[in-house]
Each structure stands twice: as C-alpha cells, then as structure tokens.
Design a protein around this ligand. Structure first.
Ligand code: NIG
Ligand code: FE
Length: 410
C-alpha cells in the first residue's frame, strides 16, 4: 500500500501519545492540536507527525502521495457508536403525522414506528437490505465517520432478526471501516406477542441467542427499556441471557421516561447507556461509580422534538459524554455526525472541543475501539479526515449544514 505525507496542515487535531482512553468532565474542553503540522502514513499506519519544522524531508519518494493541507485541518474520523443503519424503507409519512400533531409514542401505539419498519423489513431480501445499507454507509464515510455500530431490531422474529444480523455481518466483511453488530431483538413486542410478552422474551432467549452465537453474528446486546416497550425486569432477564453468550450490554434507556434502567444496565456492566434525554440525580450518581459511557443522540431529540440530553450536567459531575447519530428511519433519518456536532454545540451548550471529544475518544470507548480509533498516534490505523480550507475548527459546527470535509483516508 502506498505511503501518504500530509504537509502544511493548519491544525492536526486529537494527536498525541498519551491521550487517555476516556475523557471526562472539565478535560473534555481540551483538544490536543499541533499547528502547522505534518502527518506521515505508511501501510495505513501513522509513522510520524509533528510541527513542519521537525520534518526532515523525504529519502524515499517511491509510491508516495504528497497532500498539501494548507489552511486545512486533519483529524481522526468520527466514531458512530449507536446506529440502526440496516433498515427497510424511510418513514416520512410518520414525519408528516408528527407535524400534524401526533407524538412519536402516539404513532407507535397506532402500529407505526418500529412495528411499521419490521413489517417492511420482512418483505425485503438480504441482498436488497445489504445494498441499501452499503450506500448509506458510503455516505456516512463521506461525512467523516470512520467506525460504526449497527443494531438489528427491525426483524422481531427469529428469521428476520437473523436476516438483519447476517446483513450486518456481510457489511462488516465488505466495508472498509470497522463495524460492530448489536442484537436488538428486544426493540418492541411484535403484534403476535401483544398479550404474551414473556413468550417473545423466551423466543429471544431460547431461539434467537443460541443461533446468533452459533453463527457469530453479534458483539453486543441491546434492549429498548421504556414504557410501552421493555421494563427494567424484562431488560435484566434479556441482558443476563445475552451475557451467557458473551454479548455485552449497550442499551436504549431514558428516552421518554426514567424507569431505573440506567442503574440496572450499570449493574450488568453495560459498555454504554444511550439516549438519556431524561435523567435524574440517581442516574448521575450511578454513572459516577461506573465505567459505562453515557451516550447522547442529539439528532433524535431534534427530529422528534424531545428534550436534548443534559451533557453539561454530566460533565459538571466529571462524567465522560459520547455522542452518536442513532441513524434510523423513525427518529433520526440522518447519519451525519457533522450535524450532530453542531446540534451538541447549539442545543446542548457543549463547546466545539467537548463535542469533538465526545464524537471521537469517548465514542470509541462506547464501542470498545479505544485501541485503534478516535485519535492520531504512532502505530495507529484510525481513519482520518482532511477538511476543506477553514478559518477555524469551530467553523465546522458553526456553519451547520455545509459539507466541510474534503477527503476521508481509511
Ligand atoms: O433509538 N427508541 C428506540 N429505537 C430507535 C427508534 C426506532 C424507530 O422508530 O424505528 C431510536 O430512536
Ligand atoms: Fe437507537
């Protein structure tokens, strides 16, 4: 593979040999940067970086691509630790229903929402799902995403959950970025189990999990713990079963209501607890005693008009915060983390630096990629992003909706 030298970089961001694997509280406002820098990559690995004046020239020009990054920033690609990128069709009819006054929860109770997506997914082949998801991921990469978690959860039957997970496995094998798979059979109760919730939970535990393990289809297990979905007790049952198959929890909690799901997930060693639009002091206290990463999804709040997660309160309590897209057809039809960066600044009052740490270092921790992703350091293979010519780094979240990325190197 060829060598790449990027020179005259206006700012080389999130770079260094002793950046911690998780950044908490006040430290989130610090972002290591080398101004007027160079970065050298060989065989996909960082081999040297530093200020331009420390660059000693090139001895071997063979197979070398030189990129001039004058007035441009170079940074590690974003990590998207919570997505539902494999899905059937878009759901803009529900978007219009919401404009006309229905809430997300009301639409779901009418048979829309997750059950709507599950119906449609049942009608699609593995190949169609794969092709659609592949195009979405290519677009996400062009927006600067360099690693991705993808959940199942629109199958809701043994066959269709396995179908989704096989699509994710195929994406893992064929796409150039790292992808991790999360089994979210417990996303909603299918119609047939409306009066028999335990029956569906038994299906997850006794039928789905053994098959998922046999084919090596998942890294994590998720449950949508929420009123009208899965209770804390039901989540516990499912997560404990998942752990027997080696799946660590990464869960949907506190999107609409506070049920105690955060505490339970922490007790079960969740890697991350995600959403957190609603949160209370007990949740904060539990997070402080854990290594679980609180992950906030601002484009979901934006799109379905619910509160934004209280990142400032978390950081005041010396917690780390991660940000992710939640890309899905119902609550977040966008996988653009540049927009998430902007929302985090405008709506959650995170500084550009805090939000960038949340999208890189802490997001990498939220999908256990701290060893490889989220920072630029010697020997690392994290995908990197070269921006367009920009007046400052803060210009990216400031000038929202514009495309600021020129190139992504994987
Ligand atoms: O994270 N809240 C649960 N799951 C998704 C939405 C699923 C859907 O509406 O299709 C979320 O927002
Ligand atoms: Fe989600």
């Amino acid at each position: 593979m060829k060598k790449i030298l990027i020179k005259n970089i206006k700012g080389l961001i999130q770079v260094g040999e002793d950046i911690p694997t998780v950044i908490k509280g006040k430290s989130m406002n610090q972002l290591p940067i080398i101004e007027d820098a160079f970065l050298a990559i060989e065989h996909g690995e960082v081999v040297a970086y530093g200020p331009m004046e420390e660059w000693h020239g090139i001895t071997d020009w063979r197979d070398l691509e030189v990129i001039d990054a004058t007035d441009k920033y170079v940074m590690p690609a974003f990590v998207d630790a919570h997505t539902h990128t494999v899905f059937a069709k878009s759901r803009e009819e529900e978007f219009v229903d919401r404009i006309n006054g229905l809430s997300y929860e009301e639409i779901a109770l009418k048979g829309g929402g997750i059950l709507n997506s599950a119906r449609r997914l049942g009608e699609m082949t593995e190949d169609e799902l794969y092709e659609n998801a592949k195009q979405r991921i290519e677009r996400m990469i062009s927006y600067g995403t360099g690693a991705l978690e993808i959940k199942s959860g629109y199958g809701l039957s043994v066959d269709n959950e396995l179908k989704m997970l096989r699509v994710i496995k195929r994406l893992k094998e064929s796409m150039p970025i790292v992808i991790k798979a999360t089994f979210l059979g417990a996303h909603a109760f299918p119609k047939e189990f409306k009066e028999n919730h335990q029956g569906y939970i038994d299906l997850i535990i006794n039928e789905m999990l053994p098959k998922i393990e046999a084919e090596g289809l998942a890294d994590y297990i998720d449950v949508f713990c929420e009123r009208n979905y899965f209770s804390v007790e039901q989540m516990e049952q499912i997560l404990i079963a998942g752990q027997k198959y080696g799946l660590k929890p990464k869960v949907h909690v506190n999107q609409f209501s506070i049920l105690g799901g955060i505490q339970k997930a922490i007790e079960l060693h969740a890697v991350s607890v995600d959403h957190l639009e609603e949160i209370c002091q007990e949740d904060i206290d539990a997070l402080k005693k854990s290594t679980t990463i609180p992950t906030i999804l601002p484009s979901c709040s934006h799109f379905i008009s619910i509160p934004f997660g209280n990142a400032r309160w978390m950081m005041e309590n010396d917690l780390p915060v991660a940000l992710a897209s939640d890309f899905n057809p119902g609550t977040t039809p966008s996988g653009n983390l540049g927009f998430v960066w902007s929302l985090a600044c405008v709506k959650m009052k995170m500084t550009p630096e805090e939000a960038f740490n949340a999208l890189t270092i802490n997001a990498a921790a939220a999908m256990e990629l701290s060893e490889t992703h989220g920072r630029i350091a010697l020997g690392r293979r994290s995908p990197i992003v070269i921006t367009k010519e920009l007046p400052s780094l803060a210009y990216i979240p400031y000038a929202f909706g514009d495309m600021h990325i020129e190139r992504v190197i994987i």
